[in-house]
Design a protein around this ligand. Structure first.
Ligand code: PAJ
Length: 284
């Protein structure tokens, strides 16, 4: 595995691979890699001649009061994991290399970027899409891999691809979980032992609402309330939102239907966690 810090060296390598007819799979990450990230990399390895993984804690997508400075950055450990997964190129630019002072443009995600996560985190998706578009241009992927766990991000990257006719197939990968259901996240390390003990209620609540859907409940608001009630019992957990929405307009459906998403954001102490399930796809 070769490590690239200079964006233009990575781009030259990517263009050379493409010219040689080798398809590139890209897995964008912010590092602190866990089995969720690894599942994306493993899939990319299976489906492409070349695999590029980026590790870049993107300052553009963090709010002023968020955890940019303290976001975990265990780079050597991450590089070791990626070597073992037979990644061809690890792209690890500095902030100045990717977004130098001369950088002025930004991708406007449009109205869907202001809903849900975007409402809670103003400017977040503008920062995400700006970084993702630049990563696409540098790594020249045929396929790019994104986790279902960040469902709104996945949908907005899909929209970016469609809107700008990007020649990239955006591949959605299922959420990888701990045995007790907690979705893997680089932010789980922030949880105290007690918070960690209560965190599985997030997925349990979503799954309970999803089970109600499969038993015939079609009132989207009632599904949301069911999940909220289930989480209310957990000490120290504050629900930011529970939202049932369709994959296209991110609007609450008049009647919930299979394929709709039930998503939540909660705070356990100062740690913000998100999760979601697809209605009609659950198991219990
Ligand atoms: P990061 O949070 O590091 O996540 C990188 C990718 O891993 C995302 O596509 C995310 O959805 C996926 N992922 C995270 N946890 C997962 C899990 N438990 N199961 C499956 N996939 C999971 O998302 C970002 O970084 C950034 O916003 C980025 C896209 C890199 C742009 O800066």
């Amino acid at each position: 595995m070769r490590i690239y810090e200079d964006p233009y060296l990575l781009q030259q390598q990517a263009l050379a691979w493409r010219q040689a007819g080798e398809e590139i799979g890209l897995v964008p990450t912010m590092g602190a890699l866990h089995a969720g990230h690894e599942s994306l990399v493993t899939r990319a390895r299976r489906e492409n001649a070349r695999v590029v993984v980026s590790i870049f804690v993107n300052p553009l997508q963090f709010g002023p009061d968020e955890d940019f400075a303290r976001y975990p950055r265990p780079f050597d450990q991450d590089a070791g994991r990626l070597t073992a997964l037979q990644v061809d190129a690890l792209f690890h630019p500095s902030v100045d290399q990717l977004f130098p002072r001369s950088f002025k443009s930004a991708v406007d995600p449009g109205p869907l970027g202001d809903r849900l996560e975007g409402q809670a985190r103003p400017g977040h998706f503008r920062g995400v899409l700006t970084a993702v578009l630049k990563l696409f241009e540098l790594a020249q992927p045929k396929r790019a891999y994104f986790g279902q766990k960040d469902i709104q991000q996945l949908l907005l990257v899909r929209q970016l691809g469609r809107d700008f006719a990007l020649p990239v197939h955006v591949v959605a990968c299922p959420t990888v979980r701990e045995p007790d259901g907690l979705a893997l996240s680089s932010r789980n390390v922030y949880l105290t032992a007690e918070q960690r003990q209560h965190a599985p209620v997030i997925f349990a609540a979503l799954r309970a609402a999803e089970a109600a859907f499969r038993r015939g409940e079609r009132d989207a608001e009632r599904l949301e309330q069911l999940a909220r009630d289930r989480m209310a019992a957990a000490p120290g957990l504050a629900v930011e939102y529970v939202a049932c929405f369709d994959e296209i307009g991110l609007q609450r459906p008049a009647r919930a239907a299979a394929g709709n998403i039930l998503a939540t954001a909660v705070k356990l102490g100062s740690t913000r966690l998100i999760d979601n399930v697809v209605l009609g796809a659950g198991s219990d």
